[in-house]
Design a protein around this ligand. Sequence first.
Ligand code: ADP
Ligand code: MG
Length: 324
Amino acid sequence: MNEFDLIRRYFAGQGPQRDDVPLGIGDDAALLAAPAGQMLATTVDTLQAGVHFPLDTSADDIGHKALAVNLSDLAAMGATPAWVTLALSLPAVDEAWLAAFARGFFDLARQYDVQLVGGDTTRGPLSITVQAQGFVPQAEALTRAGAQVGDGVFVTGTLGDAGAGLAIVQGLLRAEDAVRDNLLARLNRPEPRIAAGLALRGVATAAIDVSDGLGQDLGHILSASGVGAELQVDGLPLSPALRASGVDSPWRLAASAGDDYELCVTLPPGAERTLHDLGCPLTRIGRIVTEPGLRWRDAEGRDVDAPLRGYDHFAERRHEDSKS
Ligand code: ADP
Ligand code: MG
């Protein structure tokens, strides 16, 4: 099978075919009709085997995740996703792998009416680059820069699940089957918070998606906005699976582990009551203050040490395990 057979069989004509794509896959470039009066939001992310997903991740999970992490960036801008391109570097043509990859990719693309409009296919170490584009009215776009003193800090869904899933993959955490499946799904099949991003646009003062850990990602909002924040460690939303996993101080994982792809947003006082359905829970975890930097507080208002990064947390555990 040559490069063109591969593109024809697995990618051309697959998934949604949108009216605003007069010319998609098959020419030197795609021709796209952006809606008048809206901004084009554009983002790109590369996933490298062994770095951005564990080496033994299934091809359909990789297909899903490569698209999901990009749609998550659009969600964090308050954009409606529309078009994607896909640059694939493959060590060999493995048809079973390609079929599964395309299934994971297009199942998610269908869910959000996203069309694959072009790409590039080369031979090399496994690497997947997806570029995604969406639309947002300029005045309603969510950026990192608008958080105001007095705003509440909120997150969608639950945090720490993907970090616990990674610990399971790494053999650092063992959990019963149902809990394990749940946490691995959060790691391998992140759900981009598109509906939440749309409901929050024009309302949230700042937004970011939590890909590298809450502390680090909220830090980007704080520096872009020139403010600080106080967070309640007891207020972090934890899933039943994470609570049942037996991990030590799950809040540390929720505060620092990456790959959850929830949204962290700031909202003016009372604004959460005006929001339409986000499609997921929204939890208040703290507030924006004048003093720069991020401070963590326990239920009694005492300072808590900034949590370690999730991976380091488990490196410590591993050390403890090897001692016993
Ligand atoms: P060119 O050499 O002109 O860049 P290619 O031969 O690389 O074109 O690609 C042919 C067509 O197939 C183009 O429309 C390109 O966008 C599309 N394409 C290539 N690889 C992929 C892929 N992995 N997914 C989707 N479209 C692809
Ligand atoms: Mg090319």
